[in-house]
Ligand binder design. Structure first.
Ligand SMILES: *[C@@H]1O[C@H](CO)[C@@H](O)[C@H](O)[C@H]1NC(C)=O
Ligand SMILES: *[C@@H]1O[C@H](CO)[C@@H](O)[C@H](O)[C@H]1NC(C)=O
Ligand SMILES: *[C@@H]1O[C@H](CO)[C@@H](O)[C@H](O)[C@H]1NC(C)=O
Length: 196
C-alpha cells in the first residue's frame, strides 16, 4: 500500500523537476553510452525526508569528498552522485577510474536497528566485519529495491547515526519506522537505457 502511494507520488514528481547538472557530463546520452543505466537516485517520502514539503528534491549522496568512500545519506544535493546497477550490485560512478560498490552494513550490530548503506570501504578491516553478504539490488520500474534471501524492500530510512550525521538505513523484514527516522523510496527518473 505504502509502496503504491510512493510510486504514484513519484510519477507525479518525475516530470516536475529539471535534471540537475553533473560535473563533466554534457548530456545524458553521452554518460549513458559510457555507463548504461546510470542515474541519480531521488528520495521520495511522506515526510519529504526531514523537510515539510516536497518542493526541493533530495538525492542519495555520500558523506565524503567526491570520489571517496563514505556513509550514504540523502539531502538536497545540487550535483548528486551517479549510480548504476550491474549484476545485481549497485555502484557509484565517480569517473572512469573510481567506481565504488554500494553495500549494506550491519553497523549497528543489533538485530533491532536497521542496516546501514555505505558507499565503498573506508576502513576495509572494519567493513569486512560488518558487511552483509548475499544481497541484490534491482529496479522495480523507477524504484530501487534491496533484496536478501526471501526479503525484499524498497524502503529506506534517513536516521541519525552514532556521529549525529544523517545516515541511510534499511530493514530486511517489515518493521515500524524507528523514532527519529524518515521513510522513503528511491527512484531513478533519468535512467539512460543502453542503445547500440
Ligand atoms: C577519478 O577521481 C579520482 C578521485 O577524485 C582521482 O584521483 C582520479 O584522478 C580521477 N581519474 C580520472 C581519470 O579523472
Ligand atoms: C546483525 O548483527 C546482529 C548482531 O550480531 C545479528 O543478530 C543480526 O542477525 C545481523 N543481521 C544481519 C542481516 O546480518
Ligand atoms: C558511518 O556511520 C557509522 C555509524 O553507523 C559511524 O560509526 C561511522 O563513523 C560513519 N563513518 C563516517 C566516515 O562518518
Amino acid at each position: 500500500m505504502m509502496e503504491k502511494t510512493f510510486l504514484a507520488l513519484s510519477l507525479c514528481f518525475a516530470f516536475v523537476y529539471a535534471i540537475p547538472a553533473f560535473e563533466g557530463v554534457t548530456s545524458w546520452s553521452s554518460i549513458g553510452s559510457l555507463v548504461p543505466g546510470i542515474t541519480y537516485l531521488e528520495a521520495i517520502g511522506p515526510d519529504g525526508v526531514g523537510d515539510a514539503t516536497y518542493h526541493v528534491p533530495q538525492y542519495m549522496s555520500i558523506q565524503a569528498p567526491r570520489g571517496l568512500p563514505g556513509n550514504a545519506t540523502v539531502y538536497r544535493n545540487k550535483s548528486p552522485p551517479l549510480f548504476y546497477i550491474h549484476n545485481n550490485q549497485l555502484w557509484h560512478f565517480h569517473n572512469e577510474s573510481t567506481i565504488l560498490p554500494v553495500h549494506v552494513h550491519n553497523s549497528t550490530l543489533t538485530s533491532k536497528l536497521p542496516l546501514q548503506v555505505v558507499v565503498g570501504d573506508r576502513d576495509p578491516k572494519l567493513a569486512k566485519r560488518t558487511l552483509v553478504r548475499g544481497g541484490n539490488w534491482r529496479w522495480q520500474g523507477t524504484m530501487l529495491r534491496y533484496e536478501q534471501g526471501d526479503n525484499s524492500t524498497p524502503l529506506f530510512y534517513s536516521c541519525q547515526d552514532t556521529n549525529g550525521l544523517l545516515g541511510l538505513f534499511l530493514f530486511l523484514e517489515p518493521a515500524p519506522t524507528p523514532v527519529g527516522c524518515s521513510p522513503f523510496t528511491m527512484h531513478s527518473f533519468n535512467r539512460v537505457q543502453y542503445r547500440s
